[in-house]
Design a protein around this ligand. Structure first.
Ligand SMILES: O=C(O)c1cc(C(=O)O)c2c(n1)C(=O)C(=O)c1cc(C(=O)O)[nH]c1-2
Length: 581
């Protein structure tokens, strides 16, 4: 008999991207959305010496969620509503302002935004900076001069259609999506010509197959997605018309398959009782042909969603060996609390392991793809259902994870909140909240509200975790210096050892952090790390936003849980950039 040999050492998952050029031109860093930089001047050994290189105020004290971009010798910073774009000259000492562009969006948009008027950031394309505005315009301005190039309005704010997501540029197209899932908006994604701003294709998340761009090439993996017109048939009467499934989050792109991946938001209303059925195609992930928008596959994370779950957060595209053969996968740490590893060519779920303490579901059946909800957490009418974990925030929210090919680990910002839920009668009035749930959130197991953890994708297990007092509402950045960066809602910007989770450096910024750290090589050849500080977004709206008690809905869910945040931080809006001395 042959001698027993150790199983071959598996290579870490990897991803395809252009060689590191020291820039940061789209929030996701690359089309695979890894938020990994090959820069390695700042290391685990020297990071303790990081110091402020320069700061800059955005002039808007609301949730600063945008990623600072660097293209050539210029940094681009986008403020929350009113979405002012600033260009900073990195070639000059102190990075002075080169120009600013204020699109002056309609003030009325603020009133129909769920989440504090945030924006996830601009993107660079063909010599232009493109971004969305809260009143549902998409803008392209000249990256050199700040002059407006085109500016179509894609949504109707009187119906609650807002835009906050970062566009994805694919070849000659700018792809964007709508927000407003808390307002009964029918979700859509649209591709514009990068040169003219004209619409090339548009696809809805609910309704007849034709509107969803489901045709002969739609080949979902699971039988539950294979019948005709499920975007109508899985809803009562005309429910799909106010059905949500917005495209408010992150997009990624596989150039070999020419597929764009995007999540769809929660169904409307949140109260599941008025909408019996699976409510396709909400709370899931679509793969679409980048040129035509045609749907190729769909996977529904939360069929007939019970707890306000969205599929809109990050999808990270990796290549890895899975059960002895190479697979192209999409990794999605989901709001439901499972890390989904999905074959991105077919939509087959290869694995769905919990990365967080859960009570709302017990697992995912890999044969049918179906999540297994806990029967006792179903929010039936006329009863308060208690201790649903995670809360409606999800086990993580919009805030993107990072992946390092050096460690093979995914770095996940978590939200450790549970909730009590009482279903109420929703009433659809265009441009007003369409939720139908009273929610009370509170800290989950352990009493802390946030975590930042390292996850081994192949083994499906956590390697280390850091508990945080407040939800970790910032994104993550991984670097070849074996560091991971993230921020906390009480204002700390932290550098952590990518392998051990040891906190190696932290800096107290001027407000709470809900932004996205980025890194770049400056014109002087040195490595810099940038982060916007300014508390806000959904979780931080207790500090920065105007919580209207009559709203009685989404924002209020956080009031109890986040009350203490007011005692430890204040509104802000300041870019902080760091380097070694
Ligand atoms: O369904 C939607 O259209 C939609 C939009 C947004 C948004 O525009 O910020 C959020 C959400 N949903 C959402 O569910 C959510 O948890 C959330 C958090 C935040 C934030 O920026 O803090 N936005 C949003």
């Amino acid at each position: 008999t042959p001698a027993q040999t150790a199983p071959p050492q598996l290579a870490a998952p990897s991803f395809v991207s252009a060689p590191e050029d020291g820039q940061w031109t789209i929030p996701q860093k690359n089309d695979a959305s890894t938020r990994f930089s090959d820069l390695s001047e700042i290391t685990a050994e020297n990071v303790k010496n990081l110091q402020v290189a320069f700061t800059f105020s955005t002039g808007v004290n609301k949730g600063q969620e945008a990623a600072p971009l660097v293209v050539g010798g210029t940094m681009y910073v986008l403020s929350p509503y009113p979405n002012i774009l600033y260009a900073l000259d990195l070639t000059q000492p102190g990075a002075p302002l080169k120009w600013q562009y204020n699109p002056k969006p309609a003030a009325a948009a603020q009133g129909v935004a769920c989440c504090d008027g945030v924006n996830r950031g601009p993107a660079f394309a063909n010599g232009r900076i493109v971004f969305t505005t809260l009143d549902a315009q998409v803008l392209a301005v000249d990256a050199e001069t700040g002059e407006e190039v085109w500016r179509p309005r894609l949504g109707d704010i009187t119906r609650g259609e807002t835009m906050i997501m970062a566009p994805l540029v694919v070849k000659d197209k700018v792809i964007v999506g709508v927000s407003g899932g808390q307002f009964g908006v029918r979700g859509w994604i649209e591709a514009l010509d990068v040169n003219s701003g004209r619409s090339v294709w548009k696809a809805y998340s609910t309704g007849p197959d034709q509107d969803v761009k489901i045709g002969p090439n739609f080949k979902p993996f699971y039988d539950s997605d294979k019948s005709k017109d499920l975007g109508v048939a899985t809803w009562p009467a005309d429910g799909w018309q106010q059905g949500g499934g917005t495209v408010s989050g992150w997009l990624s792109y596989d150039p070999d398959l020419n597929l764009v991946y995007h999540g769809t938001g929660n169904p409307g209303p949140w109260n599941p009782n008025p909408r019996p059925g699976d409510n396709k195609w909400t709370a899931g992930i679509f793969a679409r042909d980048a040129d035509t928008g045609e749907a190729r596959w769909f996977y529904q994370i939360a069929p007939h969603d019970l707890h306000g779950r969205s599929g809109t957060n990050e999808t990270i595209l990796l290549d890895m060996e899975w059960e002895g053969r190479p697979r192209k996968v999409l990794v999605h740490p989901g709001q439901t609390g499972f890390v989904y590893v999905i074959d991105r060519t077919s939509g087959e779920v290869l694995s769905a392991k919990p990365f967080h303490a859960l009570t709302a579901a017990t697992g995912v059946d890999l044969k049918t793809g179906k999540i297994q909800y806990s029967a006792d957490k179903d929010p039936v009418n006329n009863r308060v259902v208690r201790d649903i974990c995670p809360a409606a925030s999800g086990a993580k929210n919009w805030n993107p994870s990072a992946f390092s090919p050096r460690t093979g680990l995914l770095y996940i910002p978590h939200v450790n909140l549970c909730m009590d839920w009482e279903s109420t009668e929703p009433n659809y009035i265009a441009g007003t909240p369409y939720v139908g749930a009273e929610i009370r959130m509170f800290p989950g197991p352990g009493g802390h509200m946030g975590e930042f953890s390292a996850w081994d994708i192949r083994q499906g297990r956590e390697l280390w975790t850091i508990n945080e007092r407040f939800p970790v509402w910032s994104g993550a950045l991984a670097t070849a210096g074996d560091l991971v960066f993230y921020g906390t809602m009480d204002g700390w910007f932290k550098a952590v050892h990518a392998r051990t989770g040891e906190v190696l450096w932290q800096f107290r910024t001027s407000s709470g952090i809900v932004g996205q750290p980025t890194t770049y090589r400056g014109p002087d050849g040195r490595q810099y790390v940038a982060i916007l500080s300014g508390v806000g977004g959904w979780a931080g709206s207790i500090v920065s936003g105007d919580l209207d008690p009559r709203d009685g809905t989404a924002a209020l869910g956080f009031v109890n849980a986040m009350r203490e945040l007011k005692n430890v931080t204040v509104k802000g809006g300041t870019l902080h950039v760091f380097k070694l001395p």
